[in-house]
Design a protein around this ligand. Structure first.
Ligand code: ZN
Ligand code: ZN
Length: 208
């Protein structure tokens, strides 16, 4: 029997140092949050096949290379509908920060419980944005800008909601095993246990 493991590669891209993740099994990959530098990402992918491009949310620093990767691979683009409905606001936000907002292909909508390749599952974890998702695999979770090592996503941008963010993070602590690796949208990986015990902003003691 051949056991092919799912691997997670981190490529940090763009001016806001966004973590783009390649989640791969053999020659097949999912590209999560390609924020910028499509050429770099495509070079690292090499001859591997892209099954889908997924955005954890629609802030411009997570989607700058979506169009480039989709147009050269033909992969579908997936995002939560609630963030798609915010896209005009996030376009304005990008401009207000001096960035040219990226064009996006028409997405396929994903939501709580949606299945992705390699048995990955979508958790809807709103708060940083209304349509923020986390992507759960066997032994790890990609949290976008919901949960970081020692910190949490900001909620002062359009559609942000601190109550929802706390509820979403508490769900991650409650529903995922403590040894699961957390791969955030910015900064280094951590674990569910480390954050549940030590996260300064949302420790598990805040969860009821
Ligand atoms: Zn964000
Ligand atoms: Zn971000």
């Amino acid at each position: 029997m051949v056991i092919i493991m799912v691997s997670v590669e981190i490529i940090t891209v763009g001016p806001l140092e966004t973590n783009c993740y390649l989640v791969c099994e053999g020659k097949d990959c999912l590209v999560v949050d390609p924020g910028d530098e499509a050429e770099t990402i495509l070079t690292i992918l090499g001859n591997r096949r892209v099954l889908a491009v997924v955005a954890t949310h629609l802030h411009f620093d997570h989607i700058g290379a979506v169009e480039g990767i989709v147009s050269s691979t033909g992969a579908p683009f997936m995002v939560h509908r609630l963030d798609w409905e915010m896209r005009d606001k996030y376009t304005q936000l990008a401009r207000s920060w001096g960035f040219e907002p990226p064009n996006l292909p028409q997405p396929i909508f994903i939501d709580e419980g949606s299945g992705l390749p390699f048995n990955l599952k979508v958790m809807h974890t709103p708060g940083h944005t209304p349509g923020s998702i986390s992507i759960v695999g066997d032994g790890f979770v990609l949290t976008g800008d919901t949960l970081f090592a020692g910190s949490v996503g900001r909620t002062d941008l359009p559609g942000g909601d601190i109550e929802l963010l706390i509820r979403s993070i508490c769900r991650l602590y409650r529903e995922l095993p403590g040894n699961y690796i957390v791969y955030p949208g910015h900064g280094p990986p951590t674990t569910i246990n480390d954050e549940a015990d030590n996260n300064y902003f949302v420790p598990k003691s805040l969860c009821t």
